[in-house]
Design a protein around this ligand. Structure first.
Ligand code: GTP
Ligand code: MG
Length: 198
């Protein structure tokens, strides 16, 4: 799919404030600093659409971007950032859950995980929560430019094995890098497929 237009629509701190749920929507979620905003920029090809930072906790609200006038891409705040106060962390968690569990046009949630580290309890539990609430999701390995191919393969094999301890089937996994643009075509092709059936 070719991205012709990518436009910031609005920031919301409650799911009730989000734009009208009248078109397919895809949300990017994952731990703080995993690369959600960077991947949104890489995918759309519009360099600074979503704000990124080397410091975790950059994205703090639900950000809607309209793509090609036909679908929404959503940048969410990260979870699990230790330096945020307990109150703020709870507030973000409520905002994220409120959005994910109530957004009726949410076609798929992309759960981003850092390809360089072992499966994290916080990510696995987050996926279980999505499953328990019937929220469809797939997994995106990020920052794969930091790994050599054999290392990446080992990480992928480990992740799949870990998932199979809980899940009957492994969800769809995309291998990406916002630096090298690996995986971009595959993610966009999948979104195009889903858009057709929605
Ligand atoms: P929060 O909004 O704070 O939750 O973070 P985020 O998940 O949106 O991460 P963001 O996109 O802001 O990126 C965090 C840091 O990781 C930045 O310093 C990025 O430059 C870096 N980064 C993101 N994607 C990649 C990647 O594919 N490769 C490499 N090498 N660095 C990346
Ligand atoms: Mg961000």
């Amino acid at each position: 799919m070719k991205i012709k237009t990518a436009v910031f629509v609005k920031s919301s701190s409650l799911h009730e404030q989000c734009p009208k749920a009248d078109r397919p929507e895809y949300a990017f979620i994952g731990r703080s600093n995993v690369g959600k905003s960077s991947l949104i920029n890489a995918l759309t090809g519009f360099g600074s659409l979503a704000k990124t930072s080397s410091k975790p906790g950059k994205t703090q609200v639900i950000n809607h971007f309209m793509i090609n006038d036909t679908w929404y891409l959503v940048d969410l705040p990260g979870y699990g950032y230790a330096k945020v106060s307990q109150t703020d962390r709870q507030k973000w968690a409520q905002m994220i859950d409120g959005y994910l569990f109530n957004r009726e046009n949410l076609t798929c949630t992309f759960v981003l995980v850092d390809s360089r580290i072992e499966p994290q309890k916080i990510d696995l539990e987050f996926m279980e929560k999505l499953g328990a609430n019937g929220v469809p999701f797939c997994i995106v390995f990020t920052k794969t430019d930091k790994l050599r191919p054999p290392q990446l393969q080992t990480q992928l094999d480990n992740y799949r094995a870990k998932l199979l301890e809980t899940w009957q089937e492994v969800p769809l996994i995309f291998v990406t890098s916002s630096e090298s643009r690996v995986g971009q075509k595959e993610v966009l092709a999948q979104i195009e497929e889903w858009n057709k059936s929605n």
